[in-house]
Design a protein around this ligand. Structure first.
Ligand code: ATP
Ligand code: MG
Length: 426
């Protein structure tokens, strides 16, 4: 039996990788412009890190983590998200000594044992960013501006920014109690998951996709009505800055996040084009997290984008494909050997070139060149070799010219680089 890959864990094939590169490069370009530096952390951490940060009663910790004992009996977990590992590294390496503000971004695979479907996988990829050390609402607005800037730059327009405030340690407990009381009276209308959550993680009930639960909570008390004065001011300032930056947003009081560490501002970039997997990016403030993990009491805010979901959205408008500038069609062993050396020289000078190795007919070679979208084909056979020339065919114009083999690589570089869409010297 053939060995297959693991359900929910995808191969990213060469044909798709251009979109990944594009999405990654735009993130690098834009995030660096906003002052973020990349951090790379391991894909495995001590299990305790995630239990303590994400929260014991969250879906992730209760049922989605890939947890195992290593050979020494330590409990390890494949990271389900990036914020906790980045905060662990931030504390461990005392990055707070370098500057009063740390701006970090990361990218890489995350692992959650979920039911695989379109836009939901067991290994998926996130690109995320975190700002540590500032509680000014300007930073919330700037992070959201950077996120919007990114979506604009990658050409994904079918998204809306939803924002909410989840309050803080001062005001959330009272709201939580009010919500528990409300849910208590409607237990019979809730799904079994929500009946359990109504005690352990009541905010999560607001987020349930089951229609009966949504109906039962339609008139539930809202966190926004229970914000303490500090959270209230923070949230209204964030909204003001967003307005001043001309960034459209929707206040969505029912948006709770699936991780316990969030406080104050939370947000999602949502789309209608991915079915129920409607969040393409999500994040928020986590002002207590770094202290909880044993670090200094510093505020933080960040987000993560799901790259597979970005790729799915980008699929509809595919990227322009790069044409191959030159294909070498050869006939006979001697011509093949000569072309091989020419190809090596051109590649070393930065010109993408392909050639034929299998000794196919000229017709078959021309078909292969067409498959690469080759702009030019250089034809070299025994007879040409004897005369020390080669024939260069311009595939767009249909014209041909004979080039002398002496100095042909310089001449080819000149011709291929003259093309408006041809490769550049670097
Ligand atoms: P969802 O509500 O879709 O389960 P989430 O709230 O669990 O998302 P976060 O933990 O906030 O998601 O992760 C941020 C982003 O990572 C999501 O907005 C989404 O784009 C992506 N993401 C999360 N889980 C998956 C998954 N299993 N497969 C693919 N992408 C995912
Ligand atoms: Mg989830």
């Amino acid at each position: 039996m053939n060995i297959t890959g693991i359900k929910g864990m995808n191969d990213i094939l060469p044909g798709e990788v251009a979109t990944w590169h594009f999405l990654e490069q735009q993130a690098q370009r834009i995030f660096q412009c906003y002052g973020f530096g990349e951090i790379r952390v391991p894909v495995v951490e001590k299990t305790e890190l995630f239990c303590r940060s994400i929260g014991e009663t969250t879906d992730i910790v209760e049922k989605e983590m890939y947890t195992f004992d290593d050979r020494s009996g330590n409990s390890l977990t494949l990271r389900p998200e990036g914020t906790a590992p980045v905060m662990r590294a931030f504390i461990e390496h005392k990055l707070y000594n370098q500057d009063s503000v740390a701006k970090l971004y990361y990218q890489g695979p995350m692992f959650r044992y979920e039911r695989p479907q379109k836009g939901r996988y067991r290994q998926f990829h996130q690109i995320g960013a975190e700002v540590i050390g500032v509680d000014d609402p300007k930073i919330d607005a700037q992070v959201l501006a950077m996120l919007s800037h990114y979506f604009e730059a990658v050409g994904i327009h079918d998204v809306a920014l939803h924002i909410n405030s989840l309050g803080c340690r001062e005001c959330r407990p009272a709201y939580r109690e009010a919500l528990i009381d409300y849910l208590q009276e409607r237990l019979g209308e809730l799904c079994s998951d929500c009946r359990r959550r109504s005690q352990t993680n009541p905010l999560r009930v607001l987020d349930c996709k089951v229609p009966a639960c949504q109906e039962a909570t339609a008139l539930a008390p809202s966190m926004l009505e229970h914000l303490c004065p500090a959270c209230e001011t923070h949230f209204s300032q964030v909204k003001n800055y967003l307005q001043e930056l001309n960034l459209p947003f929707v206040v969505n009081a029912r948006m709770v996040r699936g991780l316990d560490y969030y406080s104050k501002t939370t947000f999602e970039m949502v789309t209608n084009s991915l079915g129920s997997q409607n969040a393409v990016a999500a994040g928020g403030r986590y002002d207590g997290l770094i202290g909880d993990l044993g670090g200094p009491a510093l505020p933080g805010i960040g987000f993560a984008m799901g790259v597979e979901r970005l790729v799915l959205m980008k699929k509809t408008e595919s990227l322009p494909t790069r044409r191959l500038p030159l294909f070498l069609a050869v006939m006979g062993q001697a011509a093949s050997d000569r072309a091989f050396l020419l190809m090596a020289s051109l590649l070393k000078q930065g010109l993408p070139v392909e050639m034929e190795y299998a000794g196919k007919s000229l017709k078959a070679q021309m078909r292969r060149a067409a498959k690469f979208g080759a702009r030019h084909v250089l034809i070299l056979g025994e007879e040409e070799l004897f005369r020390q020339v080669a024939v260069l065919r311009d595939m767009d114009q249909g014209s041909q010219q004979e080039l002398s083999l002496a100095g042909i690589d310089t001449r080819l570089l000149q011709i291929c680089r003259e093309e408006p869409n041809g490769p550049t010297a670097d």
